[in-house]
Design a protein around this ligand. Structure first.
Ligand SMILES: C[S@@+](CC[C@H](N)C(=O)[O-])C[C@H]1O[C@@H](n2cnc3c(N)ncnc32)[C@H](O)[C@@H]1O
Length: 326
C-alpha cells in the first residue's frame, strides 16, 4: 500500500514537473558536454559524481563534499540536477519515495542503470573495510571521485593519479569549494606509460608499507597489455598483503549489443576522446576469468561481486567488482 502511494505521488509530481525536469536535463547535459570538451577533461569521470549527487539527495550516501564540489564545478550543474530530479526529490520528502535503481542490491538484478549506484556503494564498503588494514591509499585514475577525502585519516598517506587536465580541473574546483586535501598527494600521469610507478615512489610512496589500491572504472579505457602492466607494476612495488579493488566489464557489455543505451553511450564518450577497450569474457566462468587476470599479475583473488545476469539480453553477467591481494 505504501509503495503504491509512493509511486503514485512520484508519477503525479513527474507529470506536473515534467517541463522543469526536461529543462534541467537539457541544461545539465549541455553544461557538462560543452565545458568537458572545452577543458579537455574526462567526461565519464563527471558521470560518476552525478550518481553520487543522486545518492546524497535520497539520503543513501551522504557526501556534503561532493555537493559542494559540484556546486563549484564548471562542467556540472547543481541547479540542473535539482530540476531534473525535482519530482523524485519532492516525492522523497513527502512520502519517502526512493527510485528502485538506487537501492537494488541483488547482484543478478543489477542493470545498466543501477550498476552505477551499486558500484559506488559496494566500493565504499570495500574501501571502508580495508582502509583500516593499510598505511597508504592509492587511487589510480581518480577522476573527480572524493573518496580519498571521505576516508582520509592522520595515519594514512594518500596518492591520487590521473591525467593532467582532469586532475588540474579537480584541484581548482576543490580549492573553490574550500575542501581540505591534507595528506593527499596528487600526481599527474598517463597510465599508458609505466612512469606512474616511478613518480609515485618519487612522491613518497613507500614500497614496504601495506597499501590499498583503488582502480575503479579505469581499466576499461586501457589496452589489455597496459592493464596487465599496471597490475604487475603495482604488485612489484607493493608490500605483501596490499589490497586491490577494481572493477571489470564484460566484452558483450562494452563491445556488443547487450544494452541499447550502452551503444549510444559509446558514441557519446568517443566525442570526448574516451574509448572503451579492455573487457573480459563473462559468458562462462567469470570467477575463472578474473582469477586468470589476477594470477597472471601475482594477485590473489579474495572476493568477487558479479552482477547483472538477469538484466542482460544474453543472460550473462556484465559487470564485476574484484577484491584481491598482493
Ligand atoms: C570513468 S572515469 C572513473 C573515475 C574514478 N575512478 C571514479 O570511479 O569516479 C575514468 C578515469 O580514468 C582516467 N584515465 C583514463 N585513461 C587514463 C590514462 N591513460 N592515464 C591516467 N588516467 C586515465 C580518466 O581521466 C578518468 O578520470
Amino acid at each position: 500500500m505504501i509503495i503504491i502511494l509512493q509511486n503514485f505521488t512520484y508519477i503525479l509530481l513527474q507529470i506536473i514537473l515534467l517541463p522543469i525536469s526536461l529543462i534541467g536535463m537539457i541544461y545539465a547535459n549541455y553544461k557538462q558536454q560543452k565545458n568537458s570538451k572545452k577543458a579537455k577533461i574526462s567526461y565519464t569521470a563527471g558521470q560518476v559524481i552525478q550518481g553520487q549527487w543522486i545518492l546524497h539527495f535520497f539520503n543513501i550516501r551522504k557526501d556534503n563534499n561532493i555537493i559542494n564540489f559540484i556546486k563549484k564545478f564548471p562542467a556540472e550543474s547543481h541547479i540542473g540536477f535539482y530540476m531534473m530530479f525535482s519530482a523524485a526529490i519532492l516525492a522523497n520528502k513527502l512520502v519517502n519515495f526512493v527510485p528502485k535503481a538506487l537501492i537494488k542490491n541483488n547482484l543478478d538484478d543489477i542493470s545498466s542503470y543501477s550498476f552505477l549506484f551499486f558500484r559506488t556503494k559496494k566500493i565504499d564498503q570495500l574501501v571502508k573495510e580495508n582502509i583500516k588494514k593499510v598505511e597508504q591509499f592509492v587511487v589510480l585514475g581518480a577522476g573527480f571521485d572524493l573518496r580519498s577525502i571521505k576516508f582520509n585519516n592522520d595515519k594514512l598517506k594518500t596518492f591520487e593519479l590521473d591525467k593532467k587536465n582532469t586532475q588540474n580541473f579537480k584541484l581548482e574546483t576543490l580549492k573553490k569549494a574550500k575542501i581540505i586535501t591534507n595528506n593527499i598527494t596528487y600526481i599527474e600521469c598517463d597510465l599508458n606509460s609505466s612512469d606512474w610507478s616511478i613518480d609515485l615512489i618519487k612522491k613518497g610512496f613507500k614500497k614496504n608499507k601495506k597499501t590499498l589500491f583503488l582502480f575503479e572504472s579505469v581499466s576499461c579505457y586501457l589496452d589489455e597489455k597496459i592493464v596487465n602492466n599496471i597490475l604487475s607494476n603495482l604488485t612489484r612495488i607493493s608490500a605483501k598483503k596490499s589490497i586491490v579493488i577494481q572493477d571489470l566489464y564484460s566484452t558483450r557489455f562494452l563491445h556488443q549489443d547487450e544494452f541499447q543505451r550502452v551503444k549510444k553511450g559509446k558514441k557519446l564518450i568517443k566525442k570526448f576522446g574516451e574509448n572503451w577497450n579492455f573487457t573480459i569474457n563473462m559468458d562462462n566462468n567469470v570467477e575463472l576469468e578474473i582469477s586468470k587476470l589476477l594470477e597472471k599479475n601475482n594477485l590473489t583473488p579474495l572476493e568477487n561481486y558479479i552482477c547483472g545476469k538477469n538484466s542482460t539480453k544474453s543472460k550473462n553477467p556484465f559487470y564485476a567488482i574484484s577484491l584481491s591481494q598482493v
